[in-house]
Ligand binder design. Structure first.
Ligand code: ZN
Length: 501
């Protein structure tokens, strides 16, 4: 049995090397690669991805897993080895269900869809993207059929990113958010004059913005001996090992929050990656429990820490020293309110904490309607705008700022968006528990001290990697199931205070 376990680990280690090499090529593509490298890089990435998929889905892996699965039934559930067999068997079963012909078709369709989406968005012309989106939806229907489902066609697509989450469960959570948040957004909309954020739109030197962000994430505990930060058009985090975690950010000289909160957000992802137990390295379990749980870590540092009054009581005087000309006429309370301004807007990635989940709700509903054939692709812009009117009270002036704004569909992905909302909900559930376990947490944050919070996250979440499903992890950490109620209570308390409601 030891031999079989060892053989499985060797194979998974090699597959991990291929995948991490692909990540390195992807990171380079988005940071330093000159445009002339694009065509060859696409081939290199495709080869690595195909090879790692083939190696992972090989019969030999299945035989090892089968032999180990019966044996491991008696092992302690929390053992690394038990988790390795359990989680790998689940991944294997899913990967084997997808015919390689379908994988190849996804690659072909999305390569063209991405180009078409880029052009369509630049010209704000949905009809250029429409035939490609038809194909993407069709491929996803076939993928869902291949993976199989009992209740809902959306289930297997969602499960790729959020294991064990079900559409019906998610619909209930979103319904809850809708009931609670719609009237709240409406009430805030009537008081938009209560918060002035014009100071954030002054000119802030890029290098100084970069330096301030780096200082804060060093204080958070991001280890620059085991990671680095570079610039990219779209901020992201990736890792090549637990000892090499890469963050990227972008800097807008005319809008302070862009780099600042982008940096804190990606740092939250990076701290998770740096905190995984080294015993899981090169096993495939050295990643976040799910996209939702990963996002809970970025949102926790960005919003629950980085947009709190305690945080700014410590950092605002420091920020004002860096930018005296821009900020000397402001006090900390005005600044705190400015970085928490709520405004229903067109663009998801720029949305505030209150309206953000409504952008996701809209996409969740439309993705379901597309898969079920309840909305024609040609009618999607109208359907989008109608929901924007209902949920946010604003209608985008063109499709570039409406239905064409996000990259995800052009990449072939349906079922991904809800993980952003789940991340928001889980971040508050985790933080609420951390506050119970660390009574002086607000004082520590106000003193610029984050070591105890980071240790708590490492102990309870980070070190486990993918050992537990998101459902198991939330239950283990908080004692409760995933719920919207912590999030709703947090939002109402914080923003009633800011807007005097
Ligand atoms: Zn994120």
């Amino acid at each position: 049995m030891e031999d079989k376990l060892q053989a499985l680990k060797v194979r998974l280690g090699e597959i991990s090397d291929l995948r991490k090499s692909a990540s390195l090529l992807g990171w380079d593509q988005q940071t330093y690669m000159p445009p002339g490298g694009a065509a060859a890089r696409a081939e290199q990435l495709a080869t690595l991805q195909k090879t790692s998929h083939d190696w992972f889905t090989a019969d030999e892996v299945g035989e090892l897993l089968e032999a180990l699965s019966s044996e491991s039934a008696g092992w302690d559930y929390d053992m690394d080895e038990a988790a390795l067999v359990r989680v790998t068997a689940r991944d294997y079963e899913k990967a084997r269900k997808v015919p390689s012909q379908l994988v190849a078709e996804f690659a072909r369709v999305t390569a063209l869809a991405y180009e078409a989406w880029n052009r369509a968005r630049a010209q704000s012309n949905f009809s250029l993207f429409e035939p490609h989106l038809e194909k993407v939806v069709d491929l996803n229907v076939r993928l869902a059929e291949a993976l199989g489902y009992e209740d809902h066609i959306y289930d297997p697509l969602l499960d790729q990113f959020e294991p064990e989450m079900k559409t019906a469960r998610l619909a209930t959570i979103f319904e809850n958010l809708k009931t609670e948040l719609l009237p709240f957004v409406q009430a805030i909309s009537e008081r938009t004059g209560a918060v002035d954020d014009s100071a954030l739109h002054r000119t802030f030197e890029e290098q100084k913005q970069w330096g301030f962000g780096v200082q804060v994430i060093k204080d958070f505990g991001f280890d620059f001996d085991r990671g680095r930060q570079d610039k990219s058009v779209h901020p992201f985090t990736t890792s090549f090992s637990i000892g090499d975690v890469r963050l990227t950010t972008r800097v807008d000289p005319n809008y302070l929050p862009s780099a600042l909160f982008g940096t804190l957000h990606e740092c939250g992802h990076g701290l998770y990656e740096q905190g995984i137990n080294s015993s899981l390295e090169r096993t495939g379990l050295d990643d976040g429990a799910s996209l939702g749980v990963h996002e809970s870590q970025s949102r926790l540092w960005e919003n629950l820490v980085g947009r709190s009054r305690e945080f700014w009581s410590h950092y605002f005087p420091r920020l004002r020293q860096v930018f005296p000309d821009q900020l000397n006429d402001l006090d900390v309370e005005t600044f705190y309110r400015a970085v928490n301004r709520v405004e229903p807007s067109f663009i998801r990635v720029e949305a505030d904490e209150v309206t953000y989940n409504l952008h996701i709700l809209l996409r969740f509903e439309l993705e379901n309607e597309m898969l079920e054939g309840k909305v024609k692709i040609a009618d999607l812009p109208e359907a989008w705008n109608a929901k924007m009117q209902t949920y946010l009270g604003v209608v985008p002036p063109d499709d570039a700022r409406g239905v064409l704004q996000d990259i995800h569909w052009s990449g072939g992905t349906l079922g991904y968006f809800p993980t952003y909302s789940l991340g928001n909900l889980i971040s508050v559930q985790f933080f609420d528990k951390a506050r119970v376990d660390i009574p002086s947490l607000p004082d520590q944050i106000a003193a610029g001290r984050f070591d105890e919070l980071l240790s708590w996250l490492r102990e309870n979440i980070h070190r486990y990697g993918r050992k537990y499903t998101p459902v198991e992890l939330v239950k283990r950490v908080t004692g409760n199931d995933l719920t919207a109620s912590n999030y709703v209570a947090y939002i109402k308390a914080k923003f009633s205070d800011i807007y005097g409601l």
